[in-house]
Design a protein around this ligand. Structure first.
Ligand code: BDR
Ligand code: CA
Length: 337
């Protein structure tokens, strides 16, 4: 039995790795990819997502553009993290007719209705599309097998403001709506993958070198790599080189946090993380803390839990899967091209 998985992305370098992880996971069936503005503009997110899926050998997976900006706020993007177009030093091209005529919001609602109780929706960007889908279909969370959210921070510092993680920072109102809808009679509590757990995994140059080696591709470092024989491995290396330089500047290590693929990995195998059931709300009007995810760990609010928050994870096992699975995909790609 394969697991139908629908990704909502703001591709983005780690979103691209998440798409590749899903494409490489034999237990998963990739239902589609909804796109939301976040790391870069909606147009760039959509083009990147389609191009990555094409490179991964999945031209049939629907790529649907959703919201071009947050519910209430102007869009902020982060080219310093993900590069000028969202893929670091890599350049990608997708055929214009590759993009679906259906919106990313309809993709979520239609898919959930078509396979009630089956689909795992993994939200890897700002929650704007998910909030819009909930407005259209208030039963959405009951129609899904599970919602998985990459976002927030609870016991560690934010990566955008002192208490705020990026996806929450971009659209806190959307996040607040989604958490408000969660927990009330929904099939299972949303799994939240905050920085607390995603920052336990650091992808380092030796992981990428091993990926290339396992895939049978020549690469001895993260130097600029142009390989006509393997455009997928070139893409990965050139995107990650930019992302690692960013982490070197901002986080003090030459490597990368790989938030989004960790969320996909935990969606497919929840035993990768340990969770705490709690009530989560999002600050939308704090002077210093807008976008902060607040968890009521001691039950002070007296409200029902609405989230299973992962605070700890098996980071090494996840990294091993990331390397071996994507290497398998790269290897298949090179042997087919
Ligand atoms: C999240 O922010 C984005 O930049 C990444 O793609 C990830 O989804 C991490 O805070
Ligand atoms: Ca993302």
């Amino acid at each position: 039995m394969t697991i139908p998985i629908l990704l909502d992305v703001d591709t983005g370098i780690d979103d691209a790795l998440a798409l590749l992880y899903a494409a490489a996971s034999t237990e998963a069936r990739l239902v589609g990819a909804g796109c939301v503005a976040g790391n870069v503009s909606l147009g760039e997110v959509t083009a990147n997502t389609a191009a990555v899926l094409d490179l991964a050998g999945h031209p049939e997976v629907e790529v649907a553009p959703g919201c071009a900006g947050p519910i209430e706020r102007p869009l902020v993007i982060t080219p310093e993290t993900h590069g000028p177009t969202g893929t670091g030093y890599a350049t990608l091209a997708a055929a214009p007719d590759r993009i679906s005529g259906r919106s990313g919001i309809d993709l979520i609602v239609d898919s959930a209705r078509a396979e009630p109780g089956e689909i795992i929706l993994v939200a890897l960007g700002p929650l704007t599309n998910v909030a819009a889908a909930l407005r259209r279909e208030p039963r959405l969370l009951s129609l899904l097998r599970r919602l998985v959210i990459m976002g927030g921070c609870f016991t560690v510092a934010g990566n955008t403001a002192p208490r705020t993680e990026w996806n929450m920072h971009v659209d806190p109102e959307a996040a607040k709506e989604v958490f408000a809808a969660a927990g009330r009679g929904t099939r299972s509590l949303p799994l939240v993958m905050p920085l607390d757990v995603t920052e336990q995994a650091r992808l380092l140059p030796h992981h990428v070198a091993r990926m290339a080696e396992l895939a049978g591709t020549e690469m001895d470092s993260l130097r600029p790599l142009v390989s006509e024989a393997n455009p997928l491995m070139s893409f990965i290396a050139n995107a990650l080189r930019f992302y690692m330089e960013f982490h070197d500047r901002y986080d003090g290590f030459y490597g990368a946090f790989v938030h989004d693929p960790f969320a996909v990995a935990a969606a497919l195998d929840p035993s990768l993380v340990s969770t705490v059931e709690t009530t989560v709300d999002v600050e939308t009007s704090g002077g210093l803390t807008t976008g902060e995810t607040v968890a009521d760990f001691r039950g002070a609010w007296g409200r029902e839990p609405n989230a299973a928050v992962a605070l700890d994870g098996r980071a090494e096992l996840f990294l091993e899967r990331l390397v071996t699975r994507i290497a398998g995909l790269v290897g298949r790609h090179s042997s087919e091209s």
